[in-house]
Design a protein around this ligand. Structure first.
Ligand code: GAL
Length: 468
């Protein structure tokens, strides 16, 4: 009897009928649509993952659907239309944190993957701090494929040497001094690109000026946006923008094109996430440490602004089993070590890097150490601490600020007035507005403080209407 039972099990195993829900045999045909913003220059790491999937599931037809545009700025609008129109992809890219939870999970648009975490033993291999940002009301809603670092100053060492700059600036004061030297030589001290890159920069200035405790207090609604500390943030932000190409060609530049200006020696520094390392090494073939260098953003030494790209399973995913097999694969050691060396990120799984550190270049080895030792703070621009509604509002505040500092500020009287009403920076209100406009109204305080409160509102609104 026992022999017959073992024989039966062996036959079932051979036929693939025993095993996990998404074993190879159960997804031996069909389709899978992966939806992300990793197009073109950003594509190689994702393409490697899809290739791995094709090897494991050769009869599944995978569609690599992308919407171009750094940080998902264009992608998110298309995703929202699809999700709300009842046409979800099988799996889509979404940042860990409020972008996932405060946008999609609270709106009941994602499936709980707790069972998958249990089956794969993932509760033991992903850091608890990351798991927390994927969890809501006892469920867990996506699988992290990487950890990116946001607050890095990239540069080309040989160029700095030519310009007589012995080391990257460690404080904002040093940065402004370096800025003056570079401007004197006709070099852009700090390159920025399209709008989101200036928000990315704001995040780092905020961390630099506030320090990690106050930065976190801000997102927890415990530091007032009208506090003297925050006014200092905006003032330093303004000074930093004066060291950029914002008024020249910035809006037309993708983050890759902005990075190209470092390589062509038109610009000295770029404050950007470590997808830049992926671009410089994987796409341009440069050597980390020799051909390009990196430093912590001034005054943020010991802090690590983190974010994570994750994939989830939307409610109504058309090819459920194929999507589960995808999630299993990207969460595996093999998947993480296929993706991350090309992407310029480190694995979210603790054991993946440990098992194959030699796959990672000098920059990634360095950053893996920092991830283990630094104080971790979540990125606002890349979804950890703010949901999409907040990001939309913040974008407008930044626009107003940027416009009000320009020579067109006078013409834009209302906008300039609005920012003074919000009282986030007296320095832009030094003209007539400062005297004629009542302050403060606390509106921004509401915006900042309401991230979590907004979540509840969003669940209601996002179910009915597309993103603003
Ligand atoms: C981030 C994303 C990165 C990279 C970057 C530039 O938001 O997490 O993986 O794609 O945008 O597009």
């Amino acid at each position: 009897m026992k022999k017959r039972f073992i024989f039966l099990i062996s036959i079932l195993v051979m036929q693939g009928l025993v095993g996990t829900a998404a074993s190879k045999e159960e997804v031996s045909s069909g389709k899978l649509e992966i939806f992300s913003w990793w197009a073109g220059d950003e594509g190689p790491a994702l393409e490697a993952l899809i290739k791995l999937y094709n090897q494991k599931y050769p009869d599944v037809e995978v569609t690599n659907a992308t919407v171009t545009g750094g940080a998902g700025v264009n992608f998110r609008a298309v995703l929202k239309t699809r999700m709300l129109g009842g046409n979800p992809p099988d799996s889509f890219q979404v940042h860990a944190g409020q972008e996932l939870i405060g946008t999609w999970v609270v709106a009941n648009r994602m499936q709980d993957l707790t069972w998958l975490y249990n089956e794969e033993g993932w509760f033991d291999v992903f850091p608890q701090s990351v798991i927390d940002t994927l969890s809501y009301n006892g469920g867990i809603y996506s699988v992290p494929v990487n950890i990116h670092r946001a607050g890095v100053m990239w540069y080309i060492p040989s160029h700095l040497a030519e310009w007589g700059i012995t080391s990257p600036p460690k404080t904002l004061e040093e940065f402004y001094a370096t800025c003056a030297v570079l401007q004197g030589k006709g070099i852009i001290p700090l390159v920025v690109g399209e709008a989101w890159t200036t928000i990315h920069l704001w995040d780092e200035i905020a961390l630099s000026v506030l320090g990690a405790d106050d930065y976190e207090a801000l997102w927890a609604g415990k530091l007032s946006p009208t506090s003297p500390q925050m006014i200092a943030v905006w003032d330093e932000y303004g000074k930093t923008l004066d060291c950029t190409n914002l008024r020249d060609n910035a809006t037309g530049l993708s983050w890759q094109q902005a990075t190209d200006l470092l390589v062509s020696s038109d610009a000295a520094f770029n404050v950007m996430g470590d997808w830049v390392a992926g671009y410089l090494s994987t796409t341009l073939g440069l050597e980390a440490g020799d051909d390009y260098g990196w430093a912590d953003f001034p005054n943020t030494q010991g802090d690590f602004t983190w974010l994570s790209d994750t994939f989830g399973l939307p409610v109504g995913a058309p090819n459920q089993q194929a999507a589960i097999a995808w999630l299993r694969m990207i969460g595996s050691v093999e998947g993480q070590n296929t993706f991350n060396p090309l992407k310029g990120s480190i694995p979210a799984r603790i054991d993946a890097f440990e098992q194959a550190p030699q796959l990672y270049n000098k920059y990634l080895q360095y950053t893996a150490q920092e991830w283990a030792n630094d104080r971790l703070v979540g990125s606002m621009m890349h979804g950890v601490v703010a949901n999409e509604r907040f990001m939309g509002d913040f974008n407008q505040v930044l626009d107003i600020y940027i416009q009000s500092r320009s020579s067109t500020a006078a013409a834009a009287g209302h906008t300039s007035g609005a920012i003074c009403q919000l009282a986030i920076t007296p320095s832009v209100c030094s003209g007539s507005h400062a005297l004629t406009t009542p302050r403060p109204t606390g509106q921004i305080a509401l915006s900042f403080g309401a991230i979590r409160i907004n979540i509840a509102a969003l669940s209601d609104v996002s179910a009915k209407s597309p993103a603003p």
